[in-house]
Design a protein around this ligand. Structure first.
Ligand SMILES: [Fe+2]
Length: 666
């Protein structure tokens, strides 16, 4: 059975899932080069189907989701439409449909979306939304919209009121166990019209898709699931939930009403970072400081805070930090000065906000575990998803300090995984298909499910750069790359299909020798980043316990923070002795063989691994983009799917007459 997953919101993407295996996932930003781009177009869907070797006629079912309050936007609304009504062939049951029909509710009256309104507002257009949808310049508002998005799903009476975290944990959820009303309540039947073909499917609630992405790709057969986003101050199911996964069933337990994710992002923004990316930068800044402004009064969900007099969580926390800083005599001139970001006032606000976030999630997850224990659910495993699961120190504290012994976070836990999550939700939870038998390949080649580039495409890309680069084909590109790295060259590494999610996991990476402290600054300069920002290590899986501690091992997605146990890795060791570790296992292709070769040459099984992109850019997708980076940046060497590629000297460059620059806005 082929299920097509479509995510229309920011970090839009298209996924193809066959019998529970993720065959393909293509993020829109990698194709359009607009980071976090939203909306889909037919060419994008066609590309994903072609990569999976199927056409529209082969799709059995579809799942559609979006960002909260983002309508579904596409380029050719005549060939792509979404009708919020069941298809005659739909095999899925929806209690939401039943509920709406019983109450005479027309689902179309519940469809929302304000992204286009904000883009096309003639008086106050939203620049951030315009950045995510640059197509607005050539497309009218009326020509763009396929459908609104459904925010309105079933509600269990247990979710009523304004409960604190403690009160949420104290409620009795027995009636929700094996409850089909809620299990089938977070989707609604729709018909997708794709190039004239009508396909059955469903619209999937945003956090149900997060939960599905986390749980179904975890390899676990039962788990508590926690989801939370980083941008929404609203309470309720659209901001994150507690769920439970058991075999193929995904059971919603309750909203948790946290606002910690949005608070964290807003602090990052207030301290001087652009809103998109603020959370990641704040996480990197926190180890420079001490959590001197932490106050347990701010730990809890929106209703904990409200009862303690904190009505505006971000504003109150920000003012609290500033008041403390002034009282303690900090240099307030440095506040939000991006040229002095590691100054004590900024660093201590970051560290305090980080601790607040960690304590809040520990408190929330403790209640999730309590609920599971109360109603007799197996209670060893935890899956985390949603944008806040990118917070690596928190994930590690959940692993070390919560009562869960297994903590899993999928590579695409942010909205970039929603097309996959939606498709898996539809396949398992709506259509009741069983989990695959446990095996490494059961979920397909995750996280490497991007596009393939064959030899002809690589040759064509190299031809485009003839005269500006010189390519050779070493007998072993892994050995050659290891030798370059051991000689302290910084390399670009382009291998096979690109990885899902925001982290480079060894298929579109910039790599350097972690033993040289100067590489910290050097790689930041190559990438055009702030010089204080840290780098992560990739390490041979079996060697990891000798070099890192305090996080789950293996840790393949670079989503847990470890303590560095050795003093000789300065380029990947943060100022507090931590690192966001990625373990690389025996099945991990040429990247694994490169690490093995480097280990043999140097005795170090570790490399600095960072995403292959410039500032503000999506990760490189195509061979042309990798070559464009090489000729315009200070990379020493590019390894391009088996070839070793060097930049020719400027004279040779000029003599060759140049050529098209592709993709990179530098
Ligand atoms: Fe999300």
């Amino acid at each position: 059975m082929n299920v097509l997953g479509l995510h229309f919101g920011h970090d839009a993407g298209v996924a193809v899932v066959r019998d529970g295996r993720v065959l393909v996932h293509l993020l829109r930003e990698r194709l359009t080069r607009v980071k976090h781009a939203f909306s889909l177009d037919l060419a994008h869907i066609d590309l994903a189907l072609a990569e999976a070797g199927i056409g529209p006629g082969d799709i059995d079912y579809c799942a559609v989701t979006s960002t909260q309050n983002y309508e579904l936007v596409a380029d050719d609304t005549s060939a792509l439409a979404l009708l919020p009504q069941p298809h005659p062939d739909d095999r899925g049951y929806s209690s939401l449909q039943e509920l709406f029909e019983a109450r005479g509710v027309d689902v179309r009256s519940r469809l929302v979306g304000e992204a286009l309104e904000r883009i096309y507002d003639p008086l106050q257009p939203s620049e951030i939304h315009r950045e995510l949808y640059p197509e607005y310049r050539r497309r009218s508002k009326d020509a763009s919209r396929v459908s609104g998005y459904l925010l309105d799903y079933v509600h269990a009476s247990l979710w009523d009121g304004e409960p604190t975290l403690e009160e949420i944990g104290a409620r009795n959820y027995a009636e929700l166990k094996d409850n089909d009303y809620t299990r089938f309540g977070l989707h609604y039947p729709v018909t997708l019209v794709l190039r004239g073909r009508r396909i059955p499917g469903c619209m999937v609630q945003h956090h149900a898709a997060h939960a599905a992405s986390g749980y179904y790709t975890s390899g676990l057969r039962h788990a508590s699931i926690f989801t939370h986003d980083g941008a929404v101050f609203r309470c309720g199911p659209n901001n994150g939930m507690f769920y439970y996964g058991e075999e193929h069933k995904l059971l919603p337990l309750t909203p948790h009403h946290l606002v910690a994710g949005a608070l964290y992002t807003r602090v990052g923004n207030a301290i001087g970072f652009a809103l998109r990316g603020a959370a990641g930068k704040l996480m990197g800044l926190a180890p420079y400081g001490e959590p001197r402004f932490f106050d347990a009064k701010f730990v809890g969900n929106a209703f904990d805070l409200e009862r303690r007099g904190v009505v505006e969580p971000f504003a109150d926390w920000w003012q609290h930090c500033l008041a403390q800083a002034r009282r303690l005599g900090y240099d307030m001139e440095a506040l939000a000065d991006t040229t002095r970001m590691t100054a004590p006032v900024n660093a201590d606000i970051a560290a305090s906000t980080q601790l607040l976030f960690e304590e809040t999630l520990l408190a929330a997850v403790a209640q999730l575990r309590r609920i599971g224990a109360d109603i007799g659910l197996a209670n060893r495993n935890l899956c985390c998803s949603g944008g806040t699961a990118l917070n690596c120190p928190t994930n590690s504290r959940l692993f070390r300090e919560s009562a869960y012994t297994e903590v899993r976070v999928e590579a695409c836990c942010d909205d970039s995984g929603l097309a996959i999550g939606g498709a898996l939700f539809a396949y398992h939870n709506v259509l009741e298909q069983p989990l695959p038998q446990a095996s490494a390949q059961a979920r397909g080649p995750l996280p490497y499910v991007g596009r393939n580039y064959g030899p002809a495409q690589l040759d064509a890309a190299l031809d485009e750069y003839a005269g500006r680069v010189r390519a050779t084909a070493p007998e072993s590109w892994e050995q050659a790359a290891a030798a370059d790295l051991a000689a302290n060259r910084v390399i670009g590494w382009f291998e096979g299909r690109s990885e899902v999610g925001p982290r480079a996991l060894g298929h579109r990476s910039i790599l350097a020798d972690a033993r040289h402290g100067a590489n910290w600054e050097r790689v930041n300069r190559i990438k055009g980043r702030e010089l204080w920002r840290p780098f992560a290590p990739a390490v041979l899986e079996e060697e990891a316990p000798h070099w890192f501690s305090g996080c789950p091992l293996p840790s393949p997605h670079m989503l847990f923070t470890a303590s560095v146990e050795r003093p000789d890795m300065p380029a990947i060791t943060h100022v507090d002795g931590s690192a966001r570790v990625q373990t690389v296992g025996p099945g991990d292709g040429a990247f694994r063989r490169l690490l093995e070769a480097f280990h043999r040459l140097t005795g170090a099984p570790v490399l600095l691994n960072t995403s292959f992109n410039g500032p503000g850019e999506p990760i490189i997708e195509t061979p042309q983009e990798a070559l464009a980076f090489l000729v315009s940046c200070d990379l020493d060497v590019l390894y391009l799917a088996g070839r070793r590629v060097e930049r020719l000297a400027a004279g040779a460059d000029a003599a060759a007459g140049g050529g098209a620059q592709i993709g990179l806005r530098r």
